[in-house]
Design a protein around this ligand. Structure first.
Ligand SMILES: Nc1ncnc2c1ncn2[C@@H]1O[C@H](COP(=O)(O)OP(=O)(O)O)[C@@H](O)[C@H]1O
Ligand SMILES: [Mg+2]
Length: 249
């Protein structure tokens, strides 16, 4: 199977410190992947590189069926290619309802048919409801986003990203600040989203990662230390030494 995203030999230094060190990591078109590793391992910097926020000093970042390089592209070009990113802090419009937030996200479509969307207004209602259902907010469509719980705001933001129909969704530490029930619901949302696209989740919470039930990549000092299912990587002695054996909260 050809890969959706191929990162190979990527390095980036900040003031002489190699935050990413000859990193190679690949993602298939529809897969769920967890990335774990100690603080400072380069997890967020990896996402910065894929989204074009940080340009690597060396290496390749190859995207899609046409094997195009993302390195020459701006952040907005990369977003239009279908790479969505969810940051830790939710950035929904608090004064707007859930429906309005989702409608706004639908109005800025990416892709070649964007100009035709004014003809699609009737379809938008159904699409908004389908997304709201997917993120568990169908009963909250008329509520202002500001009234939602922290977890619900996170789901709304995931929904706003799904409205853009990304082929790759990058999610940085979604479980932080969530209740146990919200965490469980979030794993369900991410697993479902990954049925039709690649979803890459950075997360420290091991229970959360276990529930994701997917391939895990362990980053350490800017490279891949181990990769495989969670039991495989957590029984790796190096992973225990650099990550699991320490407090990393
Ligand atoms: N813009 C930057 N300028 C300087 N140093 C940075 C920058 N971004 C990240 N770093 C450093 O790179 C290393 C990796 O950081 P980061 O990717 O945030 O790690 P993680 O997300 O795995 O905790 C850290 O040592 C961090 O201080
Ligand atoms: Mg980080």
């Amino acid at each position: 199977m050809s890969m959706l995203l191929e990162v190979s030999g990527v390095s980036v230094s900040f003031d002489g410190f190699r935050a990413i060190n000859n990193l190679s990591i690949n993602f298939a078109p529809a897969e769920l992947r967890a990335i774990i590793g100690p603080n400072g391992a380069g997890k967020t910097t990896f996402m910065d590189i894929v989204t074009g926020k940080t340009k690597p000093d060396e290496g390749h970042v190859i995207w899609g069926d046409k094997n195009i390089s993302l390195l020459g592209m701006s952040e907005s070009q990369i977003a239009r290619e279908g790479i969505g990113r969810k940051f830790q802090k939710p950035t929904v419009f608090e004064d707007q309802t859930v429906r309005q937030n989702l409608a706004m996200a639908l109005k800025n479509p990416r892709g070649p048919f964007a100009v035709l969307t004014h003809k699609k207004t009737a379809k938008n209602g159904a699409r908004i409801e389908a997304i709201a259902d997917e993120i568990g907010l169908l009963d909250s469509l008329t509520r202002p986003a500001g009234e939602l719980s922290h977890g619900q705001k996170q789901w709304l933001e995931i929904g706003m990203l799904l409205a853009q129909d990304p082929r790759l969704l990058l999610v940085d530490e979604p479980a932080a600040g969530m209740t146990v029930e919200e965490r469980e619901k979030t794993t369900d949302i991410l697993r479902r989203a990954a049925e039709t696209r690649a979803v890459v989740v950075v997360e420290h919470d091991m229970e959360f990662v276990r529930r994701l039930n997917c391939k895990v990549t362990v980053l350490h000092e800017g490279s891949v230390l181990a990769e495989g299912n969670l039991d495989h990587v957590t029984s790796n002695q190096q992973v225990i030494d650099v990550y699991l054996g320490r407090s990393h909260a």
